[in-house]
Structures are given as C-alpha cells and as structure tokens.
Design a protein around this ligand. Structure first.
Ligand SMILES: [Zn+2]
Length: 288
C-alpha cells in the first residue's frame, strides 16, 4: 500500500450516535488534534440533517445508501455528494476513512474491519497493543462492502462504542473513541514516515457469519425478547441449546444452530427494523 495522503474522519453517519457527533465537533473546534504532518485530515458530520433531527436518518439509513446510484431520498443524495467529494473519482479522494458509531449493545470498544489485508491487520494489531480492550469484528463476509460510507475509501476502519443509548453521550466511551482516533492517526503518520511498529502477534477476530432475527409471528410481530442470560454478553460463546430468546409468556427459546457462535450487536436498538436481533460471529485467531 502506498502513502496515505488524505484521511477522512466521519461522525454522525447515524445522526443520533452522539459520541461520534461530538467527537467531530471537538475536532472541528480543535483541528490541531487531528492534524498530522504527512497527510491531510478532513472531518465531517456525514449526515448533518439527521444530526439536526436527532435521528439515525431522515429518509433511509445513510450507511446503506452508497451502493445505489439513485437520488430518490435525502440520504441517497447525500451519499452521491459524499462520493463526488471523497470517492475514488471524487474531488478530494480519501485514502483512509475512520467512521465513528455508537451502539446500544455491549460492544465495548469495537473496530470494524471491512478488509483483512496486511496493512489493515497491522493497524489493528497496533491498536490492540495500545488499547487491550479493543475487540476486532470482521464484516468481510457480511456482503456490506459497497453500501457503507467507509466503502468510499480503499482503506478504512469503523469504530463502534457501547453500550450507549442512541441520542445520549457517554463520557468514558467518548474518551476511548477519541483516543482510538488519535492512535489511528499516529499509526498512519508513523507508517507514512517509515516508522510504524510491526511486531508479530496473534489477533482474535470475530468474523461475521450471519444475523439472527427475533422470533416473529405470521404478521411479523415479535414473539420474544433477547434472553436475560444473553443480554450484554457480546463476544461470549453461544452454544447449541443455550438460552437465546425469552417469549412474552416466559418460555426460553434456545439457540438451535449447528455450532457455537459468538454473538455481537445483541439487542442493538437500530436493528429491530432491520430484522436483526444480533449478529453471529465465529471466533478466529490469526497470526500477523
Ligand atoms: Zn451507527
């Protein structure tokens, strides 16, 4: 990979995820915090109309709006505008995108890796050394590589922090998110200057293998909730037969998959409308 010349830091891709929104506002008040000598840094509120409305989106999820060329909604138009600015053929193409999110699930400090190329893995390894609480989630198998804001750049990372209610801030998570952004910028700077550390290590990766919806009746109404034994147990093993959902009558519904999985985004508020109760992952160790 060649030199990184332009880094785009986004927040407010989902307008009610306030950690990223206020991180961007802080960076815009204090641009020296994100300025580095070897590349340009741009900071944006990705969906300012949704931020102003205090909602995830106005017409549709911006972070699913980048695959279509359509302009039928506000978010599709915004996606086109962002592509014209920061996409590969844009006015100021971004080489690297950091996109900040928040989740009601117990994600802790999660890095979303869309690509598992050596550069991204070396960066992830560095961030795990700097902040051992970091968890690595690979969305490579989710089929989502082209519709997100991050997909505008060849290299990118998503930051998810949680649990934090949408529409609220969380001071500790804000500080951890902010520290991760600086650590990414510092790493990119060191790499551009030929000084990036790269000791060998083993990474634990939570690799997306599928999503699980809530049990629903024939009309699509929920029949059950996330089981109390699973709530906030992101990254922990869920074996066949383990409690997964609790019906409104108090009946425990077990996980019926063929093998142990490691759920993440458990009970994420914004995923109810997507028919996703949690994402299922496989836990992998990889040498980098
Ligand atoms: Zn989000």
């Amino acid at each position: 990979m060649s030199t990184i010349r332009h880094v785009l830091i986004a927040g407010g891709t989902h307008g009610n995820e306030l950690v990223g929104v206020h991180a961007i506002r802080k960076f815009q008040r204090n641009p020296e915090l994100v300025r580095r000598s070897s590349f340009e840094t741009t900071t944006i509120l990705a969906n300012p109309e949704a931020v102003a409305a205090g909602r995830r989106y106005v017409d549709q999820d911006l972070n699913r709006a980048f695959a279509s060329g359509g302009e039928g909604t506000r978010e599709l138009r915004r996606a086109q505008k962002l592509r014209a600015e920061y996409g590969a053929q844009g006015r100021a193409p971004a080489d690297f995108i950091i996109d900040q999110h928040g989740t009601t699930s117990n994600a802790g400090l999660m890095l979303i890796l869309d690509n598992l190329d050596p550069f991204t893995l070396a960066l992830a390894a560095h961030l795990c050394r700097v902040q051992p609480a970091v968890k690595l989630y690979s969305s490579a198998a989710s089929g989502r590589s082209h519709d997100s804001l991050r997909s505008l750049a060849p290299y990118r990372i998503g930051i998810e922090v949680g649990p934090v209610a949408h529409g609220t801030l969380h001071a500790e998570l804000f500080q951890q998110d902010e520290a991760l952004v600086y650590a990414i910028l510092d790493y990119l700077e060191a790499r551009n200057l030929g000084a990036a550390p790269a000791p060998k290590t083993t990474l634990t990766l939570y690799q997306y293998v599928g999503a699980a919806d809530y049990p629903r009746d024939e009309r699509g109404e929920l029949r059950a909730m996330v089981h109390p034994a699973l709530q906030f147990r992101d990254y922990e093993p869920l074996a066949p037969g383990d409690p997964m959902f609790l019906s409104f009558d108090g009946e425990t519904l077990p996980y019926e998959g063929p093998s142990t999985v490691y759920p993440v985004f458990i009970n994420e508020a914004a995923y109810y409308e997507k028919g996703v109760a949690m994402c299922l992952t496989e836990r992998q160790q990889i040498e980098v």
